[in-house]
Write a protein that binds this ligand. Structure first.
Ligand SMILES: Nc1ncnc2c1ncn2[C@@H]1O[C@H](COP(=O)(O)OP(=O)(O)OP(=O)(O)O)[C@@H](O)[C@H]1O
Ligand SMILES: [Mg+2]
Length: 247
């Protein structure tokens, strides 16, 4: 098979009777960085959540490394053990220290001992420049530090695919920078990333591909620079213009 890590075809999903995703086809190759852009309510978070079945698709197919995602608990365990997820906010358990937060997925998901897990957790925190925060609780950290710790946690299981849903959007502008720096660092590690973000500088510098979604459909996708600098569709162009005027 080709180097496709994630293959989504004909994905439809929604809530109640409201259809949000209306037939999404998208693939991500091993190591590829793909940025998803699109207006509020267009279905970006729903798309990301469908991948590990946090939202159950209505129809279509999702494959990770060739394995078809389905509701069978054993399949979901396998899928979730190879997929890291960072949400917009509230990523960390507030009653646990940073190192406990990062070690937990290794203990629960990989059956490691606490000692073993914390050793790995510490090394990931060290790499991301968060080593000294290991014993702190999330509420003792800035928002940017919390999000970086959340990225560390998502990396703990060494996922083949990292899903990030607007990791900087809940942060004040002066805190975004440090999270974007961390994203650059992670992007260099060679794992596949699917990132919803409106950080256009990051998209331009680090993404291989940009996908623009509107009203539950992919309107345009292509080489990151190409789409950002010379969008072919009017809707993409308008969206980018509005986004840049807000920055
Ligand atoms: N749990 C839910 N129950 C019902 N409707 C939902 C739920 N989550 C999202 N929706 C609706 O589905 C649509 C798409 O939501 P989604 O969160 O995927 O959009 P988005 O592109 O991520 O938007 P944003 O940029 O604001 O995060 C919206 O109309 C939203 O109100
Ligand atoms: Mg969203």
């Amino acid at each position: 098979m080709s180097g496709e890590l994630l293959q989504i075809s004909g994905l439809r999903a929604g809530y109640g009777r409201i259809e949000v995703l209306r037939g999404i086809n998208l693939s991500v190759k091993k190591g590829e960085k793909v940025v998803i852009l699109g207006p509020s309510g267009s279905g970006k978070s729903t798309l990301l959540k469908c991948i590990p079945y946090l939202v159950r698709p209505w129809s279509g197919e999702i494959r990770i490394n060739g394995l078809v995602v389905n509701p069978d608990p054993a399949t979901l365990r396998r899928i979730r053990a190879s997929t890291g997820f960072v949400f917009q906010q509230y990523n960390l358990f507030p009653h646990m220290t940073v190192i406990r937060n990062v070690a937990l997925p290794l203990e629960l998901g990989k059956g490691m001992s606490r000692r073993e897990a914390e050793k790995i957790a510490q090394s990931i925190l060290d790499v991301l420049g968060l080593g000294e925060l290991a014993e702190k609780f999330p509420l003792e950290l800035s928002g940017g530090q919390q999000q970086r710790a959340a990225i560390a946690r998502a990396l703990a299981i060494d996922p083949k695919l990292l899903l990030l849903d607007e990791p900087t959007s809940a942060l004040d502008p002066e805190l975004r920078y440090e999270v974007v720096e961390t994203l650059y660092q992670v992007a260099k590690q060679g794992r596949a990333m699917l990132i919803v973000t409106h950080e256009l500088d990051f998209a331009e510098a680090a993404a291989d591909r940009v996908v623009f979604i509107d009203e539950g459909l992919i309107v345009e996708e292509g080489d990151a620079k190409e789409v950002l600098e010379r969008p072919k569709k009017e809707r993409t162009e308008k969206f980018l213009r509005r986004l840049r005027s807000r920055l």
